[in-house]
Design a protein around this ligand. Structure first.
Ligand SMILES: Nc1ncnc2[nH]cnc12
Ligand SMILES: [Zn+2]
Length: 324
């Protein structure tokens, strides 16, 4: 089994339809419009975000999140994943009345328990929601800055990229960066190359969530390679959300061949009928990567991980020892 690593999965997006239904039953909620024949149903990105928020609203306690994250990390470890970063959203916790401290505590307990049981290392990336606007993202950044946690090592922004301009969020990212958090931001998914360029100029990330539409501008692709920006690519998500029509037109190989650092990630796996193992399979079946190349993708992810250098050295050692 090729060892794997993941830098981009939203914990609220990792809820399986079966778990969503179980939570709905506990809380007397009706999901018949959004879970159909055991699968999530949505039509476009806006509808996807609505389903995502509806499901997140069913997670209301520290233990709900501890169970969710433990299940997710255990399943990753069973698929040969050595390292996982999960995007977390204190906004989603607070919308259900859960204190952000209890939310983080539950997630941290899950990360520690999964590590003790399987060896998988986990970290959290505090995330603001772009469609919530600059003030909400700044609040999320300030919370992360004022409440340092050893397992929260990064700050990022997800949500609807078609709203607001990256420069509106520069103060939030400055707060996070000044607090020592490492920076990633979603860009180049729902919007094109200009959105990636503006995110680089105004938010100064080390990594970009998706970034795939950078392919629309060859000069930008060159810049990504030169500046060694790492792309958190989520192939199944991109196809499910219609960013590209099919894997044949997905730019994974064009970006990689241009020298851009690329990684493989599942984003919101059950929404896209995927998993990290499935993303590696897609890279093998559709992008032609052999096991050595897939191992190289894992190495890129570990090198770009928002973890301390001792952990990185340990992970690279494990990767190096793996026989594939
Ligand atoms: N693919 C995605 N793009 C932007 N925000 C998200 N939040 C969860 N999944 C997302
Ligand atoms: Zn994402």
């Amino acid at each position: 089994m090729v060892p794997k690593a993941e830098l981009h999965c939203h914990i609220e997006g990792a809820v399986s339809p079966a778990l969503a239904l179980a939570q709905a039953e506990r809380h007397g909620a009706d999901l018949s419009e959004i879970v159909v024949d055991g699968a999530y149903r949505w039509t476009d990105f806006t509808a996807f975000l609505n389903v995502y928020d509806t499901v997140a609203a069913l997670f209301r306690t520290r233990d709900d999140y501890a169970r969710l994250a433990h299940d997710y990390l255990s399943s990753l470890a069973a698929d040969g994943c050595l390292y996982s970063e999960i995007f977390i959203s204190t906004d989603h916790a607070e919308q259900t009345g859960l204190s952000p401290h209890a939310y983080i505590d539950g997630l941290a307990e899950a990360i520690e328990r999964a590590k003790a049981e399987t060896g998988i290392e986990g970290r959290m990336i505090a995330t603001g929601l772009r469609h919530g606007g600059p003030e909400a993202v700044e609040r999320a950044a300030r919370f992360a800055a004022d409440n340092p946690h050893p397992l929260i090592t990064g700050f990022g922004m997800a949500g609807d990229e078609r709203m607001h301009h990256p420069k509106d969020f520069a103060p939030a990212f400055d707060i996070a960066r000044d607090a020592g958090l490492r920076i990633t931001v979603h860009a180049g998914e729902l919007a094109g190359a200009e959105s990636v360029r503006d995110a680089l100029d105004h938010l100064r990330p080390e990594r970009i969530g998706h970034g795939v539409r950078a392919i629309e501008d060859p000069a930008l692709v060159e810049r990504l390679a030169e500046e060694r920006i790492v792309l958190e690519i989520c192939p199944a998500s991109n196809i499910a959300l219609g960013v590209f029509a099919d894997y044949a037109s997905h730019p994974f190989n064009r970006l990689r061949d241009a020298g851009v650092k690329v990684t493989l990630n599942s984003d919101d796996p059950p929404h896209f009928h995927s998993s990290l193992a499935n993303e590696y399979r897609i890279a093998s079946d559709h992008f032609g990567l052999d096991d050595a190349a897939l191992k190289g993708i894992t190495r890129t992810a570990i090198e770009a991980a928002f973890c301390d250098d001792d952990t990185r050295t340990k992970l690279l050692g494990k990767l190096g020892q793996a026989i594939i």
